[in-house]
Design a binder for this molecule. Structure first.
Ligand code: MG
Ligand code: NI
Length: 455
């Protein structure tokens, strides 16, 4: 009987996960699994509620991804009620989404993943953490905390409260943006934009050059990709069409409500997390040598599927990224680089939206009537494509719910990446803290949120 290595809890991710690595008699990796050890179950206890309550209920799924659930849910309700919301409401929701993205991407790059890069993957775990970062680069750490605070403050001004938002409602948005509020948010947004510009410069000069080798070798797998684009193929994080790309870069676009034609969900008995896969692949396998149906979402996936970004500075970074790494990029650690390009895109997008006079309109809501129906709402969340699918009876009461969160789409890829990293780094029974941390880095690249992902 070989040995079993257990990493639990996996640290610096959102939620709870456990890694189990099986070694054979020679001490080489025979299998590795990432298990979600928590069950949230919102698909079941949303049933029987009036559908218009769901945008408020689902914010409790997660302390970080609440805006994503809030917006996907409001969009699913719009679809159930068959209402096209006013343009200003759409812009206010997109603004909230982009602000939330800046907060989350800053948190992940500096505080969740940052220690692996700034202290090094082999650094002792007693300071390979957020406290270590605060000690090593105190001014930078303060700036990170300040930008997180600004994000929360902007969302509070925009929507009345910074956590558990209630502002997006079926039919639109419940609170118009007043001129004074717009000006207040704008000065904060400009500060976050400056930090986003600094972040990608800093990473490209001080951080990434040291890890070019790791980008090419750690946890590299070959999969398909999923993300949202506008009609013209540009990245869109709030609204658009879904684009699914095969591992070789061939893609197909489809509407949200067609997702069940393209995505099926596989179940394994050893984890609460499902394994969505590309239906058209004709089956599902996580075999590293011959995977089937596996696709990825989140930052790298979005940059792979899109044809460009609609803001100038991010577009420039995107062009350089694509020229350097090609399309589709399969190197797992490049999720981090893609994340910083998205940070810049969102920071620019916040300023762009605030400069749009239409966002100040007070026409932000359309009346809705309950009816029997089905509605699929989807947004890109910081952690990947988020699908909310609701069915209601004639009184507007919920009869069925399906949720697929960003991390759920990435489940198969996370398992494959961990197995790849374990096989490549653990040989003849030899491993240490640094090697096990590299296995965890394969997970962190995806910025998973386990709390969001099991229902
Ligand atoms: Mg589901
Ligand atoms: Ni979450």
């Amino acid at each position: 009987m070989g040995k079993e290595i257990v990493v639990q809890p996996v640290t610096r991710i959102e939620g709870h996960a456990k890694v189990t690595i099986q070694l054979d008699d020679a001490g080489n990796v025979s299998d590795a699994k990432v298990q979600a050890v928590e069950l949230r179950g919102f698909e079941k206890f949303c049933i029987g509620r009036p559908v218009e309550e769901l945008p408020r209920i689902v914010t409790s799924i997660c302390g970080l991804c609440q805006w994503s659930h809030h917006l996907a849910s409001a969009k699913a309700c719009d679809a159930v009620f068959g209402v096209e919301i006013p343009p200003a409401a759409k812009k206010l929701r997109e603004l909230a989404n982009s602000i939330a993205f800046t907060e989350e991407h800053i948190l992940h790059f500096y505080f969740l993943a940052g220690a692996d890069f700034m202290m090094g993957p082999d650094a002792d775990y007693s300071f390979r953490n957020v406290i270590g970062i605060a000690g090593k680069v105190p001014d930078l750490a303060k700036k990170v905390v300040r930008c997180r605070h600004l994000g929360a403050r902007m969302l509070e001004i925009l929507s009345g409260k910074s956590i558990h938002p209630v502002a997006a409602v079926p039919g639109g948005f419940s609170k118009p943006l007043r001129p004074q509020e717009r000006d207040e948010i704008k000065s904060m947004a400009n500060e976050v934009l400056e930090f986003a510009k600094f972040s990608i410069d800093f990473a490209k000069k001080e951080v990434f050059p040291k890890y070019l080798d790791a980008f090419d070798t750690l946890a590299v797998i070959k999969t398909g990709f999923l993300g949202t684009v506008k009609e013209d193929g540009a990245l869109d994080l709030y609204d658009g069409i879904l684009r699914m790309m095969s591992p070789d870069g061939v893609f197909e676009d489809f509407r949200y409500d067609q997702y069940t034609d393209y995505i099926a969900e596989h179940i394994e008995p050893w984890t609460y997390l499902k394994f969505p896969y590309m239906k058209k692949a004709g089956g599902f396998s996580m075999d590293l040598n011959d995977p089937k149906g596996v696709y990825r979402t989140n930052t790298l996936a979005r940059l792979n599927v899109c044809d460009g970004l609609a803001t100038p500075l991010a577009q420039k970074e995107f062009e350089e990224f694509r020229k350097t790494f090609g399309r589709p990029v399969q190197n797992t650690l490049l999720y981090h680089w893609a994340r910083l390009i998205e940070l810049l895109y969102n920071a620019e997008n916040v300023v762009r939206l605030l400069d749009d006079p239409e966002i100040m309109s007070t026409e932000i809501w359309k009346k809705v009537e309950p009816r029997a129906g089905r509605g699929v709402g989807c947004v890109e969340a910081p952690r990947g494509t988020l699908i909310h699918d609701y069915e209601t009876d004639a009184n507007g009461m919920v009869t069925n719910v399906n949720l697929i969160a960003g991390t759920t789409h990435n489940n198969a890829a996370i398992n494959m990446s961990v197995k790849r990293a374990a096989i490549d780094n653990i040989k003849e029974g030899k491993y240490d803290q640094g090697i096990l941390n590299k296995v965890e880095m394969a997970i962190r690249a995806y910025d998973p949120c386990m709390s969001c992902a099991t229902h």
